[in-house]
Design a protein around this ligand. Structure first.
Ligand code: FES
Length: 341
């Protein structure tokens, strides 16, 4: 059977065991979303009419009071009747790139930094997405899904590039991507997901941007930076890559090419646990601290943070200290699922 979910004037079918978010996104109807795991609260919606089953919605993200007040997490809730919903934050209902399941082929798997691999996945047909979004890979032989940001720009839609860091004990990394996955293997990919994207071209003011990535949090930032600079080649863009040591840095050639072609772009590799090697322009410290040292005011700028939760939180504080408006701060936190897989 199944039910119908309605937001504004958009109605979509929703299976009995299908999350409301999944139903909307597969139909190409936008609904705010970020973690898709019940932890961020971005997808919180109000159930205007109808019944939902909250399933595994964590009490931290959706309190008992909120449930009683008719709120639900779209990424967890299943419908128990036809329902009318409205998002609590951000707009919903516009047409977006449909969420899809594709079987990709590994074209390349390569070590690019300490405990870090680049994965290039060839798709049987193009996948529409926005730079900064992510996909989920299903770990073979399990129903575990792991999330990896796309390093691509939207026109690179037939070969997806992911940067993967090994997680001790991780089912997807130690048990698969760093142990046995090879060129030619098939990989189940679901995407695109997430809201870590630039504003549409009409709404993009061209104001300066600062982006801070920790470790493989660099991946979506490379897609965002290249997209922003393609829109305005002279835009002021400041990119920080925070890592423990020089061996964790990667894609320095690509970044140098971007810098050569764009005078408004600058890059700061920040080493938190090792002294910068002699003869390099690398800097010592946490990237969020270096940003505060470097920039006196970020009023009117947009800020982009991707990495471990502690780095993202520190970045939000740093941006606010430099007068960035909260609505211009975009964040993508690594979720710890891989460590527990
Ligand atoms: S809680 Fe649903 S997308 Fe994060």
């Amino acid at each position: 059977m199944g039910f119908t979910a309605t937001v504004g004037d958009r109605r979509v079918p929703c299976g009995d065991d299908q999350a409301v978010l999944d139903a909307f996104l597969r139909a190409g109807v936008w609904m705010p979303n970020s973690c898709n795991q019940g932890t961020c609260g971005t997808c919180k919606l109000r159930v205007v009419s109808g019944e939902v089953d909250h399933r595994d919605s964590p009490a931290d993200t959706l309190t008992a009071q909120e449930r009683a007040g008719g709120l639900a997490l779209a990424c967890q809730a299943r419908l128990r009747s036809d329902a009318v919903v409205e998002p609590t934050g951000g707009a919903a209902g516009r047409t977006t790139h449909p969420l899809r399941d594709l079987t990709a082929t590994v074209l390349e798997i390569a070590d690019i930094a300490r405990d870090t691999r680049r994965l290039r996945l060839g798709l049987p047909e193009p996948l529409a997405f926005d730079a900064g979004q992510y996909v989920e890979l299903t770990v073979p032989g399990t129903d575990l899904r792991r999330q990896y940001s796309l390093a691509n720009t939207a026109d690179e839609d037939k070969v997806l590039e992911l940067h993967v860091r090994s997680v001790p004990g991780g089912a997807a990394t130690e048990g698969w991507i760093f142990d046995g996955l090879a060129a030619g293997d098939r990989v189940a990919v679901t995407g695109p997901l997430g809201d870590f994207v630039l504003p549409g071209e009409e709404e993009d003011t061209g104001a300066p941007m600062v982006l801070i990535g920790g470790g493989t949090g660099l991946a979506p930032l490379l897609g965002l930076v290249r997209t922003a600079l393609a829109r305005d080649r002279d835009r002021q863009v400041l990119l920080y890559h925070g890592v423990r040591g020089a061996a964790d840095l990667y894609d320095l050639d690509l970044i140098a090419e971007i810098a050569d072609a764009h005078p408004g772009f600058s890059f700061v590799p920040a080493l938190s646990h090792e002294a910068p090697p002699a003869g390099t322009a690398y800097r010592a410290g946490f990237p969020t601290d270096l940003f505060v040292d470097d920039v006196a005011s970020a009023r009117g700028w947009s800020g982009w943070l991707c990495g471990p939760p502690a780095m993202v939180e520190a970045g939000v504080k740093a941006f606010k200290r430099r007068r960035m408006a909260p609505r211009l701060i975009h964040r993508e936190k690594f979720t710890p699922a891989d460590a527990t897989g």
